[in-house]
Design a protein around this ligand. Sequence first.
Ligand code: GLN
Length: 443
Amino acid sequence: MLQDFRSPFDATVVKLLKKAGAQISGKTNCDEFGMGSLNIHSLHGPVINPFRVDSRRAAGGSSGGSSAAVAAGLCDAALGTDTGGSIRLPASYCGVVGLKPSYGLVSRYGVVSYADSLDTVGVLAQDVERVEKVFECINKRDCNDPTSVDERLREKAHLLATKSIQRWSGESLKGLRIGIPQEYFPSELTSSSYHILASIRHLLSQLHSLGASIVPVSLPSTAYALSAYYVIASAEGSSCLSRYDGIQYGLRVPPSPESNFTSTSRTYSPSRSQGFGREVRKRILLGTYALSADAFDNYFLQAQRVRKMVRDDFDHVFSIPNVLYSKLSFEEKDANDHGEDGVDILIHPSAIRTAPRLDDVLDVSCDRDTLQDYVQDVLTVPASLSGLPAMSVPMRPDAGLNQPRDNQQSDENWPIGVSIVGQWGTDELVLKVGRVIERLSRR
Ligand code: GLN
């Protein structure tokens, strides 16, 4: 097993794995504090995607080191953190399986916080079986983590997931309702990545021929999710990282004798300027601004409103109720089950593209549109804002095209991931559907 660099000491998850007999073989590279989508914001340099090393492509971020290690066969499984897509995106780029569990199931005790209301610890491995094995081991309540969900809610969600699985698991997939959110096929995807669409289409026709119902659904607030995510994540990040003050915590850089700052700034400013990389400094500034009295309503509050809308959209399309927010008792909700209209899970492409070339994304000239880095997360952040379980599983790049191309430089020869998203707490359902998709993609 390898663990992400964001776990500085024996986090609860690592202890659980050791107790179960896992060997921890090292720590992996990641974007500084998990802030990034391409693993290009690391003190240790960028991770090179091992799919074809000579092509020098990004491994994705922020847990790019973990996904690259898994893809290169350096370990059986690796831990990663996913705040807005940092497990699913690198899993998709490197061609491995990556699970972001439901928020609150896996302990974050011992993990350096980026954004507390979004951070999750998850698993990367070469197949769903291994991911499941590790997840089962770390899916435990931990009283050291105040956001760790109690047994009662876990049990409720487990019963609902089991009920759904029992309806369809068998010879065929008859009874499984798969939702395809129309907003998850944005222009960024349709214009340049035809092969991703073709592969998804092919997969859906396979699932349909096995008996699953494919249901088009709409999640109308998706368009606002990315902006809301970056406001909330930066705001929480600025607060979480305020402990790196150079006094009690973090790097201490003595002020230069010529500086004409006030005494407080003289201490903070050099430590916080030199102690963080460029991207982290940018996020802290943006986040602090979003929380300032002038901007709070327009940015932070507005983003929280969008977050609720995104969550409501999901609750609306799933047949399984959200046990965290449902006002009805479990039994009442069960009776009110809108099973006929709702879907069991959602499926969508994990990313809008395949792994980009490092030379393109490392270009530090001012011409480069860094906004494009943030856009990579457009399909992963909604599940993060809603705390839902989501897993990226590789699809064969040529699954839909049926015409493998020899050109190694072609995007079409690089791994593509498909994401499976479930209602809160139904991680086992997500894993089960993941196994089906994995089987179909390997045929
Ligand atoms: N790319 C996103 C960000 O930079 C997500 C990162 C993550 O999930 N840790 O915030």
